[in-house]
Design a protein around this ligand. Structure first.
Ligand SMILES: Cc1cc2nc3c(=O)[nH]c(=O)nc-3n(C[C@H](O)[C@H](O)[C@H](O)COP(=O)(O)OP(=O)(O)OC[C@H]3O[C@@H](n4cnc5c(N)ncnc54)[C@H](O)[C@@H]3O)c2cc1C
Length: 473
């Protein structure tokens, strides 16, 4: 049973919370992690991991269907959704067990229970076996995550959250997904690949509003070619019950009947207990923090989805590391460390083709007053992509024409999320296009495409014929 006095208490065992707890222990601070559900949070149990395990299955299925093209005879291939689900469950279980071991190894004390703040450094907890306990700490990190938002709908209509859709026992025939952010697009790709008739409805002018517009529009074209019906600029006004599921009604009067509807319309920070403590939140309920994740109460920190942040697991993990560093300094010296460097966060969407954004989009760079220089490189000219017959999409790079500094790297293509490290290194290190072009890259790989886009930007294209630059001031 956990002691009552700790250096730091971390509430929430998702990617943000468990990262902070490990880093705190590595700094010699006695750390208690309180989690009310399963370790790993949304990411491991109901988000990133099960969705990617299912997307992997669907990707394999899509590849098998065209195996003949590569001289592979499979005969009559079939898939079994329930066994795909079982694969996702096994993946989650394996990683969950691994995480338990990891936390034990690093010396993090884990307690199962629901935590509530009593005072800034006092946490009350109803443990999993119903006992009420009180814990004291020198600092507390809240990493309580977020919950999916739901649109109002008629009682009995078959409407699900983005998390619930990953746990269906059977696939629907017709599905409407409301919300064209990363979750909505991934689910649309997944279920369309498995033969479900998918309609994806987004109220903004293009899918994935966070991505570079040109790249996001190219992805939309690719999804439509694969069979997804996409309706942008369409606000859903109501969801009614139908004999088979639900009817979704748009502002312009359009209606879609479906066996199931998924609301992927955003998430709400789990900040209610902190608000009762007097922690400042913004109009969306997101906890307001400084650059070291410290709230308006100096011994209270917040990280991950509960903060107005990235809505990504890796963003939450980075914030967890930052909070641990800040608390170590706060407890040892009574002050925060000097200003940390800004994050360069990659954003990906794991449909096929995948899409990746690092740094500024072309529009953002223009709005910030840069004389913007842009170039593109098509996968059709990349040996690795041609060998895999994965030539859909392109690399787009955005640079400052005056200094040559790279401002953004955007990719659409097969498996491009795995190139995020290279793209982040280029942008975060403030490299110029010439420096980014000059890296030696293994041949034949997709990484070469990034180099090619930079060579084109410099007016020295190697494997493309057109001069790919466009100066946009
Ligand atoms: C379908 C889907 C797919 C996604 N895919 C990706 C992806 O590919 N890549 C990516 O980067 N992100 C993805 N995300 C987003 C990612 O899951 C979240 O950004 C991430 O989980 C946030 O981490 P967190 O630690 O802040 O919160 P969470 O993961 O939500 O963890 C918070 C934890 O706090 C616990 N908790 C809450 N309140 C209390 C309390 N009072 N007492 C005790 N415990 C409490 C909860 O039980 C939970 O375990 C996806 C999300 C979804 C829904």
């Amino acid at each position: 049973m956990a002691e009552t006095q700790w250096d730091v208490i971390v509430v929430g065992g998702g990617p943000a919370g468990y990262t902070a707890a490990i880093r705190l222990c590595q700094r010699g601070l006695r750390t208690l992690l309180i989690e009310r559900g399963e370790l790993g949070g949304v990411c491991l149990n109901r988000g990133c991991i099960p969705s990617k395990a299912l997307i992997h299955c669907a990707h394999l299925w899509a590849q098998l269907k065209r195996a003949e093209q590569f001289g592979i005879h499979i005969g009559e291939a079939q898939f079994d959704w329930r066994r795909m689900r079982a694969w996702a469950d096994r993946t989650v279980m394996t990683l969950r067990r691994g995480l338990q071991t990891l936390l034990r190894h690093h010396g993090v004390e884990v307690l199962r229970g629901e935590a509530q703040p009593e005072e800034p450094t006092v946490v009350r907890c109803v443990t999993a076996d119903g006992e009420e306990r009180q814990f004291f700490a020198r600092a507390v990190i809240w990493a309580t995550g977020s919950s999916p938002m739901m649109l109002p709908h008629a009682e009995g209509a078959c409407v699900f959250t983005e998390e619930e859709a990953l746990f269906w026992d059977a696939l629907p025939d017709r599905l409407v997904i409301i919300g064209g952010g990363a979750s909505g697009v991934e689910l649309a790709w997944l279920f369309n690949a498995l033969g479900v008739k998918v309609t994806l409805v987004e109220m903004l002018p293009h899918l994935l509003p966070i991505m570079d517009e040109e790249v996001a529009k190219a992805l939309q074209g690719a999804l439509e070619k694969q069979g997804v019906t996409v309706r942008t600029m369409t606000k859903v006004t109501c969801i009614e019950k139908s004999p088979t599921g639900a009817i979704v009604v748009g502002e312009d009067g359009s209606q879609w009947e479906a066996d199931a509807v998924v609301c992927a319309v955003g998430r709400r920070p789990n900040s209610a207990p902190l608000q009762r403590l007097g922690v400042a939140v913004d109009k969306n309920g997101a906890v307001v923090v400084n650059e070291w994740q410290q709230t308006n109460l100096p011994t209270v920190f917040a990280i991950g989805d509960v903060v107005h942040g990235s809505w990504t697991a890796h963003g939450g993990m980075a914030e967890g590391e930052r909070a641990a560093e800040a608390i170590a300094s706060w407890l040892a010296k009574g002050r925060l460390p000097p200003m940390p460097p800004a994050f360069v966060l990659p954003f990906a969407c794991f449909c096929e083709p995948q899409i990746l954004r690092v740094g500024l989009t072309e529009r953002e760079a223009q709005e910030q007053g840069y004389a913007v220089k842009v170039s593109r490189f098509s996968w059709r000219a990349c040996g690795a992509a041609v060998a895999m017959d994965e030539t859909e999409g392109f690399v787009k790079v955005v640079a400052d024409e005056v200094t040559g500094r790279v401002l953004g790297v955007h990719l659409l293509g097969a498996g491009v999320a795995n190139l995020s490290g290279e793209a982040v290194a280029i942008v975060a290190q403030g490299l110029t296009a010439a420096q980014a072009a000059a890296f030696l890259r293994q041949h034949p790989t997709l990484s070469e495409g990034i180099g090619e886009a930079f060579w084109a930007l410099l007016g020295l294209p190697l494997h493309s014929t057109h001069r790919a630059t466009g100066r946009r001031a």
